[in-house]
Design a protein. Structure first.
Length: 155
């Protein structure tokens, strides 16, 4: 028996934009989902689910996926490194790359980045709520002003 209330299409915890970008990179690299799955050591179905936005990859899977396509996390998120990058930005980029490529630190760094990304999603969601509340209050004030007709706010 199926539940008719289940949403169709990508799940809320997936990311269709991310999946589309990965699909595009894979196709430009001339690779199949099976090729990527072998190189990343996951199932072809998992790669398909990521590309469709049904699920999101871990940082490690994303890093391995991108490496198999001939790119890296920095280029994926920031594009090609700009020539006008500051010395500090270049230093942080190099440090992050070194940490992610080191077998000893890579797992810890990926866990920290996964946690950070989840935290950022929660923070961004929390930031939107006060804006909605402010907009609702402003609409209520305008409605009361229109009903009064005098242009003065009703307390």
């Amino acid at each position: 028996m199926t539940n008719n209330n289940e949403p169709k299409g990508p799940r809320p915890h997936g990311d269709t934009e991310l999946g589309q970008r990965l699909l595009s990179i894979r196709l430009r690299a001339g690779l199949t989902q099976a090729d990527i799955a072998r190189k990343v050591a996951v199932s072809r179905q998992h790669i398909s689910n990521i590309e469709l936005g049904v699920t999101s990859p871990t940082v490690q899977v994303l890093q391995d996926y991108l490496r198999a396509c001939g790119t890296d996390l920095a280029e994926f998120f920031y594009g090609p490194l700009p020539i006008n990058q500051t010395q500090r930005q270049r230093a942080y980029h190099n440090k992050l790359q070194a940490l992610l490529q080191n077998d000893t630190t890579s797992r810890v760094v990926t866990k920290v980045l996964d946690s950070f990304m989840a935290s950022m999603e929660s923070s961004l969601t929390a930031l939107v709520q006060p804006i909605r509340v402010q907009a609702r209050r402003a609409r209520g004030r305008h409605k009361r002003e229109d009903q009064d007709g005098s242009g003065k706010q009703i307390a």
